[in-house]
Design a protein around this ligand. Structure first.
Ligand code: UD1
Length: 369
């Protein structure tokens, strides 16, 4: 009998990581798997569209937890995943990334003695005010197999006392998805549909609590974006968290959709449209970890609106530079990026489209040992 693994996903950034692992596990045939969806993200545009575009089979188990405070959401996932584990115990749980679903499911599993493998282990921003940093630390602490996307992850785990034989550098599974979908994404012509020529616009995303939860900070950033967009049109797919924060603070109209010039605000975009926009952009401004990595591979200058990153390779070898959320600093960096005064970026080891294959092999070797 083949070992059975639960492949657990819940939020938008998990789905691009899940897809290549599902494909590789299926092709290699050494493991049986079930897809478990926690339901942390549930809107069509944040969820189903990724399953459709990335050919991910429908989840076998859906926990339907929905939104809530950190405590409430994490507790609901923990409780519902535990109930599933008690009913139908797998040989291991495989979790991805650093969202609340990741930590909740790894905790539910380890407490029942189900071994946990963490894909994208070891990343550290060393900023414990970020919810994701807490999720990363706790998930890694209870994981038995730590599959790492960049070398800093191995060093961090070693520093935290994790036994070397538990950790493996496998590369970046999200980049597998990027490389396999890039042609299809370019063919979408998403910017052209908005009337924007290739390299004639910038792409913006903003959803970190540190940038959007404080109304004064968010207003400052949005005002700056309107100013920068006079120099280069900016396309801004607005995350629901950001839209809600602006609306609650009384300036939702600054992010209202429509218009083909200046700051072009859209709702959350599907995977191929987002990749299409990123690939054709002159510059990216973002606080997303995923987009820092994608911009680096696409060799598009990336202003990372954060003070730190858990993905230092994107600064060392990639095209990302940390610019925080200070408007003067962002203005200067924006000008430099448009003037071509920006690192071109280099290839990043093992971000080669084969990370999912390595993950599947490591999982099989681990469970068959
Ligand atoms: C979560 C992750 C974050 C990731 C981001 C990508 C955690 C702690 N955070 O943040 O690491 O970068 O996803 O999107 O897990 N909402 C909707 N529709 C949805 C989902 C959410 O409208 O389908 C709204 C709800 O108002 C919700 C808010 O967005 O309260 C925040 O959602 P949540 O999942 O709590 O966190 P994100 O900000 O999406």
């Amino acid at each position: 009998m083949r070992p059975v693994v639960d492949l657990v996903a819940g939020a938008r950034p998990n789905f691009m990581k899940l897809a290549p692992v599902v494909r590789a596990v299926t092709e290699q045939g050494a493991l049986a798997f079930r897809i478990v969806h926690t339901g942390q993200h549930y809107d069509e545009a944040m969820n189903q569209v990724f399953f459709d575009e990335l050919d991910i089979p429908a989840p076998d188990v859906h926990l339907e937890v929905g939104s809530g405070s950190h405590g409430a959401q994490t507790a609901r996932i923990l409780e519902r995943y535990e109930a599933h584990l008690l009913e139908d115990r797998p040989d291991a749980s495989v979790v991805f990334g650093d969202v609340n679903s990741t930590v909740a499911c790894s905790l539910a599993a380890v407490k029942l003695g189900v071994p946990v493998a963490h894909v994208e282990a070891g990343l550290r921003s060393f900023d414990r005010s970020m919810p994701e940093e807490i999720n990363r630390l706790l998930t890694d602490a209870v994981s038995d197999l730590l599959l790492v996307s960049e070398a800093s992850g191995l060093a961090n785990l070693r520093h935290e006392g994790v036994a070397a034989e538990k950790a493996r550098l496998v590369g970046n599974v999200m980049i597998d998805t990027l490389l396999s979908r890039l042609d299809a994404a370019r063919a979408q012509g998403t910017a052209a549909r908005l009337g924007l020529p290739e390299r004639g616009y910038g792409l913006v995303t903003l959803h970190r609590p540190s940038n959007v939860d404080d109304p004064a900070t968010l207003r400052r950033l949005v005002t700056l974006l309107h100013e920068l967009a006079e120099r280069l049109p900016l396309v801004f797919p607005v995350h629901p968290r950001t839209q809600n924060a602006a609306a609650t603070a009384g300036f939702g109209e600054l992010l209202s959709p429509g218009g083909r010039q200046g700051l072009v605000c859209l709702g959350p975009q599907a995977y191929l449209d987002t990749l299409s926009l990123a690939a054709g952009a002159r510059v990216v401004l973002t606080d997303s970890g995923g987009l820092q990595e994608e911009s680096s591979v696409l060799r598009v200058p990336c202003l990372t609106l954060r003070e730190n990153t858990e993905r230092p390779i994107t600064v060392e070898l990639g095209t990302s530079r940390l610019v925080g959320n200070d408007v003067d600093r962002i203005r200067v960096a924006f000008r430099q990026a448009l003037d071509g005064d920006w690192p071109a970026g280099q290839e990043i080891p093992l971000w080669d489209g084969q990370a999912g294959v390595r993950v599947a092999r490591e999982l099989a070797a681990w469970l068959n040992a």
